[in-house]
Design a protein around this ligand. Structure first.
Ligand SMILES: Nc1ncnc2c1ncn2[C@@H]1O[C@H](COP(=O)(O)OP(=O)(O)OP(=O)(O)O)[C@@H](O)[C@H]1O
Ligand SMILES: [Mg+2]
Length: 290
């Protein structure tokens, strides 16, 4: 199966007042057509920056220095102009975020945003045809009161509703890759689970490949075919989801697993770090988690 995305030896550095900090130390990963791949790691490990590099956003920052191979559907992304890269976003590759309101524009109605998104791929699409297509897309995420939703601004809808709209919009142009960065973690857990199921069904139906970013191995287990574990800017483990769960090889992966909340929990085991030092798995959970 061909690769939709291939990242080779990706290095990211930021220039700041205190000098240069290397954040990614040579990351490689690939996603095949239709595959659901998870990138899992603690807060600050480099998940979102990896996504933003694929979208070409970090390269636009003067303080960021990006090196490494980036191939999307066999195109060398590094050879694209800014404008060509921009044109890929929202058409061939799309993205949904943790907080649905940041995927949507607050100052336009949902209907206007759907039309804008659909016209990226089909500039001559009439308003009527766009509305019809938007209605079909809303059906696909189980929203049936089309008129109300299309005329609403994002702030007039619930978080869960906005998340579903964001998913429908992200998939509107049949992208071959969807990047989902902690989708729905800003929502309550039941709504999050519903939207994940919905997304799962949709990508299965459309054959869209997904890069699914999460700090939660429990969620990843449900969703992904294959997992990459990232730790402090390095991929420390990778493999099919089941294999990683049955036989986690890296101490950090075991620590992440220990941090997945269980209903019948025992004590939290102490786990040996990659460097041989002991660290507390609870710390791995991230200090800034709610
Ligand atoms: N624009 C920037 N300038 C300087 N440093 C940055 C910038 N963006 C991110 N970083 C740093 O890069 C590292 C990786 O950040 P990133 O946002 O990818 O983490 P993450 O794995 O997505 O974490 P989280 O789970 O909290 O979302 C962090 O140390 C962060 O402080
Ligand atoms: Mg992030």
């Amino acid at each position: 199966m061909r690769d939709v995305l291939r990242i080779e030896d990706l290095v990211l550095k930021f220039r700041g007042y205190t000098g240069v900090t290397e954040v990614l130390h040579g990351i490689s990963l690939n996603i095949r057509a239709g595959e659901r791949v998870a990138l899992v790691g603690e807060s600050g490990s480099g998940k979102s920056v990896t996504a933003r590099i694929v979208l070409g956003q970090l390269q636009e920052l003067r303080s960021a220095q990006v090196q490494g191979g980036l191939y999307f559907e066999e195109q060398d992304l590094n050879r694209l102009s800014r404008r060509q890269w921009h044109a890929l976003r929202g058409t061939h590759m799309s993205m949904i975020f943790q907080d649905p309101t940041s995927s949507l524009n607050p100052v336009f109605t949902i209907g206007v945003q759907f039309t804008e998104v659909l016209r990226r791929r089909d500039p001559k699409l009439s308003k009527e045809a766009a509305a019809k297509r938007a209605g079909e897309l809303l059906n696909s995420v189980s929203i049936h009161d089309h008129a109300r939703v299309l005329n609403a601004y994002p702030f007039q809808l619930s978080g869960g509703m906005n998340q579903r709209v964001a998913i429908a919009m992200a998939l509107a142009n049949h992208p071959s890759l969807l990047i989902a960065d902690e989708p729905g973690t800003a929502l309550d857990v039941t709504v999050q689970a519903q939207t994940l199921h919905l997304m799962h069904d949709l990508v299965e139906r459309t054959g869209t490949a997904v890069l699914f970013i999460s700090h939660n191995l429990g969620v990843v287990r449900e969703f992904a075919d294959r997992i990459y574990v990232i730790y402090r800017g390095r991929i420390v483990e990778q493999g099919p989801t089941q294999a990683v769960f049955e036989n986690p090889r890296h101490a950090y992966t075991r620590a992440l697993m220990a941090a997945v909340p269980r209903i019948t929990g025992g004590g939290v085991p102490e786990i040996q770090d990659m460097d041989g030092a002991f660290f507390d798995p609870l710390e791995v959970h991230g200090e800034d988690r709610p």
